[in-house]
Structures are given as structure tokens and as C-alpha cells.
Design a protein around this ligand. Structure first.
Ligand code: COA
Length: 254
């Protein structure tokens, strides 16, 4: 079975992380599937909204660390950057259902969704600092804007996780729901969107995002360059090796 399930019904393309044994961590190949699915969804008249979901226990543990270590993204054409640009500039509505851990890109991709429904077990984190990396997905721009600088610093400089209620308070999620109901509620909301006039949805979303999109794409590019460079530097190598060896990283000399 594929690690990303793609299913279109009633105008909604549903993308489901389906790699539960590895906590839905995302490999380069999976980013490729996600990027291609978004490109198809953008073109297809059958798709009027997209839903991104995991299951009731886990959304995503973020980048597959082993995959990143072995095949670091080297250019803007890497599948991860293709996916990030695709989701940031996707013209139709995107809904997400998030339960359990949403780590790294599992959280930052949500900044590019239009509606987010979280299970009350959702745990968001952007622990880039603990991995010797900088934020991605324009989160260095979007997190301070949404959270306020000091809460952003807690999330990005300390890499501290935050739970569903805190995410609701800062406006990252629309509603907190029982985990077993999250995917169903998000699907119902996506179908409501799919019943609206598509050209009008596209125009409203374009107008809401218009002033920020160029700045956001520029920041994403800058973060991408730093991220790719930092992946090869000692702090990230120590963090990733420690993860594979199931020990705490030692940053004392870095
Ligand atoms: N990349 C690769 N493998 C991962 C992974 C990741 N990001 N996250 C989890 N896995 C793997 C584990 O290595 C483990 O594999 P194994 O069974 O072969 O040993 C399996 O998934 C289960 O993970 P485990 O840590 O035992 O599950 P948990 O329920 O105790 O914790 C998380 C879940 C998500 C909190 C925890 O796995 C985690 O913190 N993962 C790393 C997140 C991270 O730093 N992501 C990078 C962001 S850029």
C-alpha cells in the first residue's frame, strides 16, 4: 500500500499519510507524490477542494530523518521544495485534520491550509533548533505573524511543543474536536467548500493571500538555501546521528 493515499470523491481530493509504522514521517518520494497530487488537483475540474489528514493517533513526525541524512534536498527542484511551493500557492481551498504529533513540516504545512481541525490529542512542534536546522515553509515569517514574536520565539528558538488548545488560541486551528471525529469533520467541511462556486472560492483565496504570497515565496527560497546548507553542517549531523542511535544530541561544542 502506498505511503500517501490519494482519493477523490464528491469534489474533494483527500491525501492521507499512510506510513503509520514510521509515524507518517515523510520521505523524498512521498513529497514527490504530494507535489504531483497538488499539481493534478490544481488542473482537474473534478477537484474543488483538498483535504490532508493522518489518522486519529498521528498526523506526521515530519521529515524522515534517515532519508534526509542519506538524500538531503540539494536544490529548489527537490521534491520537498516542490511540495512547499505547491501548497503555498495552491489556488483552491485546502483543509487539514490533525491528530496526535504534528512535527516539523507536519506543523508548518498547516500555515498553508485554509481550514484546520485538530483532535484534542494534537501536539504541534517545530523542533528545527534541536535538529540543527532553520525553519522551513516560510514559518520564520508566518509563525511570528500569527503567534506574536515572543510565543514564536518559544516555539522556534526553544522548539517547545504546544497542544491543540494553544493552537486554537493563536489561530492555527479552527476547532478542537475528538480525535476519532477529526477526519470526518474535516471531510464534511471540505465537501461544504466543494459545493460552493469554485471560481469564487479561488478569487476570494487569491485576494486574501495576494499581498503576502511574493514575500512568502521569497522567504521560503531563503529558508530553503539555509536549510540545505545547514543539513550538511555539524549541528544537524550530530542531531540526526543521535536520532538514529536513539540518544540525546550533544551540542556542547557547537
Ligand atoms: N524519521 C524517521 N523515522 C521516524 C521519524 C522520523 N521523523 N519519527 C519516528 N520515526 C520512526 C522511529 O525511528 C521508530 O522506528 P522503529 O520502530 O524502526 O524504531 C518509529 O517511527 C516509531 O517512532 P517512536 O519514536 O518509537 O514513536 P513514539 O510514538 O514514541 O513518538 C514521535 C512519536 C513523533 C513523537 C517521535 O517519533 C518523534 O519525535 N520523531 C521525530 C520527529 C522529528 O524530529 N522530526 C523531524 C522534523 S524536521
Amino acid at each position: 500500500m502506498s505511503d500517501i493515499l490519494v482519493h477523490t470523491e464528491a469534489g474533494v481530493m483527500t491525501l492521507t499519510f499512510n506510513r503509520l509504522d514510521k509515524k507518517n514521517s515523510i520521505t523524498g518520494e512521498m513529497y514527490g507524490v504530494l507535489a504531483d497530487a497538488l499539481a493534478t488537483a490544481e488542473q482537474s475540474s473534478e477537484v474543488r477542494a483538498v483535504l490532508i489528514q493522518g489518522d486519529a493517533t498521528i498526523f506526521s513526525a515530519g521529515n524522515d530523518i534517515g532519508d534526509f541524512l542519506n538524500k538531503p534536498p540539494s536544490s529548489g527542484e527537490s521534491s520537498v521544495f516542490r511540495f512547499l511551493r505547491g501548497i503555498a500557492s495552491f489556488p483552491k481551498p485546502i483543509v487539514a485534520a490533525v491528530c496526535g504529533p504534528a512535527v516539523g513540516i507536519g506543523t508548518t504545512l498547516l500555515f498553508h491550509c485554509d481550514l484546520v481541525y485538530a483532535g484534542d490529542n494534537a501536539a504541534f512542534s517545530m523542533p528545527f533548533v534541536n535538529l540543527g536546522l532553520c525553519p522551513e515553509a516560510a514559518s520564520s515569517l508566518l509563525v511570528p505573524q500569527m503567534f506574536g514574536y515572543h510565543r514564536a520565539a518559544e516555539a522556534l528558538l526553544l522548539g517547545e511543543p504546544f497542544m491543540a488548545e494553544a493552537a486554537l488560541e493563536v489561530g492555527l486551528v479552527n476547532r478542537v474536536v475528538p480525535p476519532t471525529e477529526a477526519n470526518g469533520i474535516a471531510q464534511a467541511q471540505a465537501r461544504k467548500l466543494a459545493a460552493k462556486p469554485l471560481s469564487v472560492l479561488i478569487e476570494i483565496k487569491r485576494l486574501m493571500k495576494k499581498s503576502q504570497l511574493p514575500q512568502l515565496l521569497e522567504r521560503m527560497g531563503e529558508e530553503g538555501e539555509s536549510f540545505a546548507r545547514m543539513l550538511r553542517e555539524p549541528a544537524a549531523r550530530e542531531a540526526f546521528t543521535a536520532f538514529m542511535e536513539k540518544r540525546r544530541p550533544d551540542f556542547s561544542k557547537l
